[in-house]
Design a protein around this ligand. Structure first.
Ligand code: HEC
Ligand code: HEC
Length: 320
């Protein structure tokens, strides 16, 4: 109770105080602290301006009692509208993988009534180099010019984005250069990657089922049977458009084939061959049921011929 009373009193007194102030003339102005005299830095001698060390006599100081704070110099503010027009502030290039560099151009036009001077062009990375007339580069009203930007793409992939800051005496502007480095089409590997895979497989033909290789060579075949199993487990090598020359076309083997032939190759491959052995007991990925489903599919779909592939034989006239 006593506490509540006390705070009420404080509140009332406070309100009264405010009221007095607003009703009275005005609160006394805050006392201005006089500027402190310049602190002396030991070892630094302050030289008073004399006619000897000042070349031009100081201009008469305007007698404005409180000069406005200095405005931001135009070069340090974003370029306002109506001064420079760009054809585009973002340029995009699309290149194939392995392209060493890409170049893009920006056109600017002085749409201002006064000349505009480009004083600096900076990029966000040493790998991006601008090309333009020597600076300071002044564009009279109505004039246009070009800034070419080259991006070095060595070691880069995917979408590469860099900024280009153009500083003028009227403000700065930010441009963007983007290069989209295309991915190689799915399924087609780079030559170096293929060679590396081939080397790994030569050292160990079962490597295709391990590590990174498994994402393409084993996982897609998981739990598949028959035709689907053939396309995922075997087709990746044997039906590939870009396959290595030593991978035979199973439709054109030019030999008599049967269930035993297919079963043996799939289960254990053969000594000294690059073809992996697919049976689980031989370090592969297929169980006996999956292997039998493949054998059945192959006997039905792959021609068993000797002495010439069917495509090479000319059918006798009148036959289908
Ligand atoms: C990693 C790639 C690869 C995969 C996957 C693959 N093969 Fe092969 N295959 C080869 C290569 C390479 C040869 C050529 C012989 C060699 O050097 O091993 C071959 C040879 C063969 C041959 C022997 C052809 C002949 O000359 O008589 C048959 C049959 C065969 N593969 C069937 C299959 C079947 C069926 C599958 C799926 C279960 C399969 N291959 C999966 C790479 C592969
Ligand atoms: C991104 C999927 C992918 C990965 C990962 C992959 N391969 Fe392949 N591999 C393929 C394709 C697709 C082919 C068929 C040839 C082609 O298109 O280049 C192939 C073919 C092969 C061949 C047959 C020879 C040839 O070049 O045609 C061998 C051997 C082989 N791969 C081994 C490997 C090994 C070993 C690894 C792991 C070190 C591996 N692959 C990883 C997709 C892959």
């Amino acid at each position: 109770m006593i506490h509540a009373m006390f705070w009420k009193m404080v509140l009332i007194l406070g309100l009264l105080g405010t009221a007095t102030l607003t009703r009275g003339e005005s609160a006394p102005p805050p006392t201005l602290v006089p500027p402190s005299p310049p602190t002396e830095i030991p070892g630094v001698q302050v030289v008073a301006p004399t006619t000897a060390n000042v070349a031009t006599p100081p201009a008469p100081t305007p007698t404005v009692p409180n000069p406005a704070p200095p405005a931001i110099p135009p070069a340090f503010r974003p370029l306002p509208g109506g001064i420079v027009a760009w054809d585009n502030k973002t340029q995009t290039a699309t290149v194939r993988p392995g392209t060493p560099s890409s170049s893009m151009a920006f056109w600017l036009t002085n749409v201002h009534a006064q000349p505009v001077t480009v004083t600096a062009v900076r990029t966000s990375c040493g790998c991006t180099v601008p090309k333009l007339p020597p600076m300071p580069w002044t564009l009279p009203p109505g004039a246009s010019g070009q800034i070419e930007v080259t991006m070095n793409l060595a070691g880069k992939s995917g979408m590469v984005i860099k900024t280009v800051t153009v500083t003028t005496d009227q403000g700065f502007d930010t441009l963007y250069v983007r290069t989209n480095i295309e991915e190689p089409p799915a399924g087609v590997m780079g030559q170096s990657e293929r060679l590396r895979n081939l080397q790994v497989a030569t050292a160990n033909r079962q490597a295709v089922f391990q590590g990174d290789c498994a994402t393409c060579h084993a996982t897609p075949a998981l739990n598949k049977m028959g035709a689907e199993l053939f396309h995922t487990a075997c087709g990746i090598c044997h039906e590939a458009e870009h396959r290595a020359s030593m991978v035979p076309d199973l439709k054109n083997l030019n030999k008599e084939t049967n269930a035993d032939y297919w079963r043996t190759w799939i289960t254990s491959s053969a000594d000294g061959k690059l073809m992996p052995a697919f049976a689980i007991e031989n370090g592969g990925i297929l169980n006996a049921m999956q292997i039998e489903s493949l054998v059945e599919h192959l006997v039905q779909t792959m021609p068993s011929t000797k002495g010439g592939a069917p495509t090479a034989t000319v059918p006798p006239p009148g036959s289908h």
